[in-house]
Design a protein around this ligand. Structure first.
Ligand SMILES: Cc1ncc(COP(=O)(O)O)c(C=O)c1O
Length: 360
């Protein structure tokens, strides 16, 4: 099944000069384009009311289910403008599939993959002029879905709103590609077996904010969470997956289960043999990481995700101390992988995996 997202043009789009000024220094997630894609679902009629409409607020009844029970999911992806002006997506069907997985876990209706892709393409076409060019800029796309039945009862909502908004993006971390410090949370966990860690739902992020605030107090930009049962195995960061580079050429990342299956994580697993590295997915204990940093068995650590691509980690910190990663500078393997991935996304390296999709 697919849905059509016909354009209802904004009567008051931003002018060229205003848009160009924003695109010159977009920041991240602060400014939104002139339109948004929407669709609604009801238990009685299924999906409908799909269109690209002027960007604007929703009218929400105070009894809307999402405000009380957090039945909500979202995605994050980007549209990239290449040097020749064309606009491309990177593995959008992976986001569509993960959106369906998240929907299932949160007892929301699944939006068919084709309808998801159609909504993304229609919005990017409508707001094409908002896709920045140059450097690592992109148009960040945020599909989301929430329960908006007006009813105070704990059951899945019979009315749901789907929406995609778009925001021109520069670099995710204000420090650019400089190595970041990461706080190892001892007090809080992110996801338990059987919980919602593998889904991209707002509640996971709400639950991470206190730990994130603690990290910020310690001068760190993100939190590294350990598993919820033994507090022994590393899981992922608050908003990114994590990789270790070993001295014997392995690229090790925590196995799936309670963590989010990152599109970037998966691309790196597939890409790294081309760069002479062996991908390994397995459980990794925090002790192994700290020992490895001491002995030199772990040479680099990096975080990965759509927003920040690949970000070197220069230092881990916890209540007991600080642990420098290698020299504390961005490592060769991290930078090499980062470049390879960006080159595929921006069309400077051959896409042998069929990951990129031209939309304009
Ligand atoms: C908790 C978490 N882990 C990992 C990721 C990385 O996923 P992706 O590479 O699909 O952006 C994200 C970002 O979406 C995230 O929020």
């Amino acid at each position: 099944m697919t849905l059509k997202f016909d354009l209802q043009p904004s009567p008051a789009p931003r002018g060229d000069a205003e848009r160009e000024a924003i695109l010159a220094d977009p920041g991240f997630g602060q400014v939104f384009t002139d339109h948004m894609a929407v669709a609604t679902w009801t238990a009685a009629d299924g999906w409908g009311d799909s269109a690209v409409v002027p960007y604007g607020p929703f009218a929400l009844d105070p009894a809307s289910a999402v405000l009380h029970y957090a039945q909500e999911i979202f995605e994050g992806m980007k549209a990239y403008r290449r040097a020749d002006g064309s606009i491309w997506l990177f593995r959008p069907e992976k986001n569509a599939e993960r959106f369906a997985v998240s929907a299932h876990r949160l007892a929301l209706p699944e939006l068919p993959v084709e309808a998801f892709l159609e909504s993304i393409e229609a919005l990017v076409e409508a707001d094409e002029a908002w896709v920045p060019s140059g450097g690592e800029t992109s148009l960040y796309l945020r599909p989301f879905m929430f329960a908006n039945e007006v009813f105070l009862g704990v059951r899945s909502s019979r009315r749901v709103q789907y929406c995609v908004i778009a925001s021109p993006a520069g670099s995710y971390f204000s420090g650019g590609v400089a190595p970041v410090s990461i706080w190892i949370s001892r007090d809080y966990t992110r996801a338990a077996p059987g919980g919602t860690g593998a889904a991209k739902c707002g509640g996971n992020y709400a639950a991470s904010l206190l730990a994130q605030a603690e990290a910020a107090e310690q001068g760190c930009s993100q939190v590294l969470f350990t598993d919820a049962i033994e507090r022994k195995w590393i899981d992922e960061l608050g908003g990114m997956n994590v990789y270790l580079v070993t001295s014997n050429g392995e690229l090790v990342t925590p196995e799936l289960g309670t963590i989010l299956e990152g599109v970037t994580r998966d691309a790196i697993l597939q890409l790294c043999p081309e760069l002479g590295l062996t991908p390994v997915e397995r459980r990794v204990s925090l002790q192994e990481v700290l020992n490895g940093l001491k002995t030199g068995a772990i040479t680099e650590i990096f975080a990965c995700g759509t927003a920040a691509v690949i970000t070197p980690i220069g230092e881990l910190k916890d209540v007991d101390g600080q642990y420098r990663v290698g020299s504390g500078e961005a490592g060769e393997v991290t930078l090499g992988l980062r470049q390879a991935l960006l080159d595929i996304q921006y069309g400077r390296r051959e896409d042998t995996h069929g990951w990129t999709r031209r939309i304009r």
